[in-house]
Design a binder for this molecule. Structure first.
Ligand code: AMP
Length: 307
């Protein structure tokens, strides 16, 4: 979609830069840093919602300049996934970002990011092999490759990712550590709808009935702190509870697990901080959600204080 490279945002707000050229984007970033300003980047696939905007605010709180990238990355979609129909709302996204005072949007084309003949990819870290890695074998290779490329083009001081994609955030954090990238990674809380559904660009696929059934993910996750709070330590038992809760509402469960929150290793008992992770289909839409719970049952799943 063609958009103006610079959008005027009114008298008080400076114009937002819209770049698609990797070289110009790199120069822009270096220029800000040469001026002594910290640059924060928020990588996204667009179709922005308040979850994405909360990452922008987190970046803004810690950096003078904020860049948002918008790129629907083909290499992280499997052959039968929703790459073609993924929502693309660039003009609207740019409007939202310019209202928030974002300094620059990087919206490259497929050819800008994957020039003809490009064949180098990143082998993801070990934490990528489980869960999403088993269900979507190509996914994290595509994610790591695009995020590394984006962080080369935008050598930002800080990159903000969402806990919504919990395993992805761990994969990226570990890749950045393993490859000695200079960018600091921040993992920001999940933004939820008032009823608790985790915000997602894919929620637009849900019809009214499916939207109601989708609430079962967060409701099943609530079983985790509840069980731990009751003194139940057996992860198998908690996973059974989650699955039993989900079954009447979802069409397929890819996984519903309680695992170590750092390594995603299976545990027999809750003896450290764990994460409950669910991936399930509502109709044709695959949704994911998670909650982190300490051994004492303290959790980030506080819907009321989370929106
Ligand atoms: P996406 O456009 O879906 O690739 O997401 C871009 C970034 O936004 C990723 O770091 C996501 O984890 C993050 N994100 C997506 N949904 C939410 C949400 N509900 N709350 C917070 N961050 C989110």
């Amino acid at each position: 979609m063609a958009i103006d490279p610079v959008i005027e945002t009114g008298d008080s707000m400076p114009a937002i830069n819209i770049l698609d050229c990797p070289k110009k984007m790199f120069r822009w970033t270096r220029q800000q840093q040469a001026n002594g300003e910290l640059v924060g980047v928020v990588p996204t696939m667009g179709a922005l919602h308040e979850g994405h905007l909360s990452l922008v605010e987190a970046a803004r709180a810690r950096c003078e300049k904020v860049v948002v990238t918008i790129f629907v990355n083909p290499t992280q979609f499997g052959p039968n996934e929703d790459y073609e129909r993924y929502p693309r709302t660039l003009q609207k996204d740019v409007g939202l970002l310019s209202d928030l005072g974002v300094d620059c949007v990087f919206a490259p084309s497929k050819e800008d990011m994957y020039p003809q003949g490009s064949s180098t990819t990143v082998a993801p870290p070990a934490v990528a092999t489980k869960l999403e890695g088993e269900c979507r074998p190509e996914h994290f290779g595509g994610v790591c490759t695009i995020v590394l490329k984006l962080l080369q083009i935008i050598p930002a001081d800080l990159a903000c990712f969402g806990q919504k994609d919990f395993q992805q955030a761990l994969v990226i954090r570990n890749m950045v550590r393993d490859l000695n990238l200079p960018t600091q990674v921040a993992i920001c809380p999940i933004k939820r709808e008032p009823d608790g559904l985790a915000m997602s660009s894919r929620n637009v696929y849900l019809d009214a009935g499916e939207r109601k059934r989708a609430l079962s993910l967060v409701q099943a996750l609530r079983q985790v702190p509840e069980a731990i709070g009751q003194g139940i330590k057996d992860t198998g038992l908690i996973e059974t509870r989650m699955k039993e809760f989900l079954r009447p509402f979802v069409d397929r469960i890819d996984y519903a697990v309680v695992v170590d929150s750092e390594t995603l290793e299976c545990l027999e008992a809750v003896d450290r901080t764990v994460v409950g992770l669910i991936a399930a289909y509502i109709g044709k839409t695959r949704l994911i959600d998670n909650c982190v719970v300490s051994v004492a049952g303290e959790t980030d799943l506080l819907i009321e204080s989370n929106h």
